[in-house]
Structures are given as C-alpha cells and as structure tokens.
Ligand binder design. Structure first.
Ligand SMILES: [Zn+2]
Length: 124
C-alpha cells in the first residue's frame, strides 16, 4: 500500500466519530519497500490539493521518510520537492504491518501490501 492511499483512509467503524482521531491511521510494525516508479510531475501537482499535508508529514516522520515541512509556493518548478513527494507517496510501499485508529483502537492489518479494511459485524 502506498502512502498516497493511506493519506485518504480514515477509520470507518460505526461508533468511531471523532474526526480528529480517526485520521490519519497510525502505522504499527511496518515493513517498507521502495519500488521505483516513473515520475509524473503533472499528476503530483494535481494531487497536492487533495493531500492532507500535516497528516502526510506526521506519517512520513514516523516511517523515517523525509519530505519538506511545507509545500513550496511553486511546487511545479521545484524539482527537489517533486522528487521527495514522488518518493514518499508513490514509491514507498507498506508491505506488512497494521494501521491503528487513534479514536477507537481498531487495527487494520496490511498483508502483502493490501490493507484489510473489512470490519467485524458489530463494528459496521
Ligand atoms: Zn476508529
């Protein structure tokens, strides 16, 4: 699972309604792998407004991935920024581990790169 996906996931357990705590999900015991991908600057710039930067910053720090603290004024012209963003959200894959909701404690397991977002019956 890539971090671009993680940045759009929040807890969806029925009784978990605290928006400040159900996002971002907290990674635990993560196995990361970097898989090189072709950089598409247009896509990256287009994605920027849809990303929650503070959540991405928090998550990358926890995983030991370095991205700039702030989005530059002209991201399209900032090669260093685009490269860091590309690596962080598109090349880093979480292969194993889990994501914990800070609101309700639900644990979403990640196996072979696929997050299991299914809930138990009482959580739906
Ligand atoms: Zn939750």
């Amino acid at each position: 699972m890539r971090l671009i996906t993680h940045n759009m996931l929040k807890c969806h357990v029925k009784n978990c309604k605290n928006p400040d705590k159900q996002f971002p999900l907290q990674f635990k015991d993560v196995k990361l792998e970097q898989i090189e991908a072709e950089r598409n600057d247009e896509f990256l710039v287009r994605m920027l407004p849809r990303l929650d930067w503070s959540a991405l910053l928090k998550t990358t720090k926890e995983l030991g991935i370095v991205i700039p603290e702030k989005v530059p004024a002209n991201p399209a012209d900032d090669d260093e920024f685009l490269q860091a963003l590309h690596t962080a959200i598109l090349e880093m894959h979480v292969k194993e581990g889990s994501m914990i909701c800070n609101g309700c404690g639900h644990e979403y397991k990640i196996t072979k790169g696929i997050p299991n977002m299914l809930l138990a019956e009482h959580e739906i």
